[in-house]
Unconditional design. Structure first.
Length: 574
């Protein structure tokens, strides 16, 4: 039995999740190439000529809906005893070919596998054609011994790659030993270690487990990265964006050594907060015009402040209600619009009422895309420095099984909808675009859950802003680390992991938690200042070119001193 990991990996030619197009895997008799959206190709003459080998693979359905594109191939594995027997994974599918990829058959995905899992690696046994291994982004690894009819989870919370709260480290590569199927080799992603699995135990193969990714160099070949780099700022809502409040916040930025503002231009109530001249906001009752955009830009730019226009996209009460919920997410029963409804019982009277707190419009709807992008175009024309899309995702709370998406094209996935929106936005907007995402969507590849696939987003956006708020991660995640220290680790590793996933295609500019919630409310000033400092230390130690402080009430009481020490650390980026 060979225990040397690299021998095993080379022997079975397991491919990790890399999207340099094309990625070539040579078996010695046939070369396979996998790409981002063109599927699989094969060469029988050492790469001099290639032919497509994608029949039966999962396709993408994205704007402009005129080209045959395939879901990204995340891994490829071939049988060392039969080079025509090949398996590939997409993020939500597993496919097997017995003829060198000329045709592919989908392998059944059933419990304990779930639709929200992201598949990152696979392996086929050279001894038993029915045995398949499958590795995931955050759910561990699995085995089928009957060609996918049933699956067994091999990972368990006792393994060293378990992070808590149900999450495992990413399985970047997986393979059977070259002499027995009873031994499995895996490599975790983000430089998190190499392991051997035997008799239910997962043991390190070496001492290289680092638990975090390497720092990524900033690749300024992407046009807007220089413009968007080194931006350190705060969030400001529309009501605070004028008069004495604006003046006070501009003074705060100067005093604390910051240089950017993220300002609500379309907020999570669907309100258009500036003096828009577009017809649609007026028609749906969304225009509030709490401030003059021209005045705000003149004042901010006079102070050297970079202005980022925040647009909340798919959570929009105004558009939701328009024309009898024309654009709303719908009930599967066709009885009306869907909502996450909360039942509230009055403690004094015992009376029951119902409260809907979010109002989602259909992310598959081209009219919804156009409405939001038109706002972005107007903001660009009026002189903002960057467009930032928030709530660029699908609903995640409530009974999601009751949802019907009426505007969904056949075969279109959640990630296809988000990609279509972003593709159109990138065609029509000519200033930097940033996208806000959940913290976990930057920590792991997990776009199947809510549509926020960071690898896809990075192909259209210039900046990605993960919300790595420590209070919003499950407390059992990395629970062995003390709370304040954990804040720094979450921002350092989270930023570095996101940088690694996007491979330099986008800047990572995290939102930093400048508010207290839950047990944090008991912090006194030294504690919450340290809490903030820990987060900022994490960001800048990841070699990161920017951050934004978030406090929904715009009360930045946690900032009790200048932040120059954090903003100046990144002066090497230019």
């Amino acid at each position: 039995m060979k225990r040397q990991f690299f021998t095993c990996i080379l022997f079975f030619s397991i491919l990790s999740t890399l999207y340099t197009d094309p990625r070539v895997i040579s078996t010695g008799t046939i070369d396979y190439a996998i790409t981002w959206d063109k599927g699989v190709s094969a060469s029988l003459d050492g790469g001099n000529s290639w032919e497509p080998r994608s029949e039966g693979l999962a396709q993408k359905t994205i704007y402009p809906f005129t080209e045959t594109l395939y879901q990204p191939i995340t891994s490829l594995s071939y049988d060392s005893s039969n080079h025509l027997r090949v398996a590939v994974t997409t993020k939500k599918g597993l496919f097997l070919s017995d003829n060198g990829g000329k045709t592919w058959s989908p392998i059944p995905i059933s419990l304990p596998l779930k639709s929200t899992m992201v598949f990152t690696s696979c392996a086929v046994s050279p001894r038993d054609p029915d045995k398949i291994l499958l590795g995931t982004s955050f759910s561990g690894f699995f085995e089928s011994r009957d060609k996918g009819k049933s699956w067994v989870r091999l990972s368990n919370p006792e393994h060293p790659d378990y992070k808590g709260a149900g999450f495992f480290e990413e399985i970047q590569t997986i393979s059977y030993d070259d002499e027995t199927d009873d031994v499995i080799y895996i490599e975790n992603g983000f430089n998190s270690g190499k392991f051997i699995y035997k008799n239910g135990a997962l043991s390190p193969l070496n001492q290289e487990n680092q638990g975090e990714s390497e720092k990524q160099n900033i690749d300024t070949e992407y046009s807007f990265q220089k413009t968007a780099m080194d931006k350190f700022g705060i969030y400001l809502n529309g009501i605070s964006a004028s008069g004495e409040s604006l003046t006070a916040h501009l003074d705060f930025l100067e005093e604390k050594g910051l240089n950017s503002l993220v300002i609500d231009m379309k907020d999570d109530r669907g309100n258009i907060t500036y003096n828009s001249e577009l017809d649609m906001p007026k028609e749906i009752g969304a225009l509030k015009a709490w401030f003059s955009l021209e005045d705000l830009l003149e004042e901010a730019h006079k102070h050297g402040i970079y202005v980022i226009a925040r647009i909340v996209v798919f959570q929009d009460p105004k558009l939701y209600a328009f024309q009898e919920n024309k654009y709303a997410v719908w009930m599967s029963s066709d009885t009306g619009p869907w909502g996450n409804i909360f039942e509230i019982t009055d403690s004094e009277t015992g009376e029951t009422s119902f409260d809907q707190r979010e109002f989602w419009v259909d992310p598959y709807c081209a009219d919804v895309w156009d409405y939001n992008i038109s706002i972005a175009e107007e903001l660009e024309e009026k002189g903002v420095d960057e467009i930032q899309f928030d709530y660029i995702r699908f609903p995640t709370d409530g009974d999601l099984s009751l949802i019907k998406y009426r505007f969904r094209k056949p075969g279109m996935s959640k990630t296809d909808a988000i990609e279509s929106f972003l593709k159109i936005a990138a065609e029509r907007i000519t200033i930097p675009i940033s996208i806000d995402i959940y913290g976990f969507n930057g920590w792991y590849r997990m776009g199947n859950w809510n549509g926020q696939d960071i690898e896809i987003i990075a192909r259209y956006a210039d900046v990605i802003c993960p919300m790595l708020y420590p209070s919003h991660f499950p407390r059992n995640f990395l629970k062995e680390i003390p709370y304040l220290e954990r804040a720094e680790i979450l921002y350092k590793r989270g930023t570095m992991r996101a940088q690694s996933i996007v491979e330099g295609r986008a800047l990572i500019r995290p939102f930093v938690q400048a508010f207290l919630i839950g047990n944090e409310l008991a912090f006194d000033e030294p504690d919450y200042w340290e809490y903030l400092v820990k987060q900022l230390n994490g960001v800048v130690s990841a070699g990161n070119p920017g951050f934004t402080l978030w406090n929904s009430s715009n009360r930045y009481y946690m900032v009790i001193a200048s932040l120059n020490d954090f903003t100046n650390r990144n002066s090497g980026y230019n």
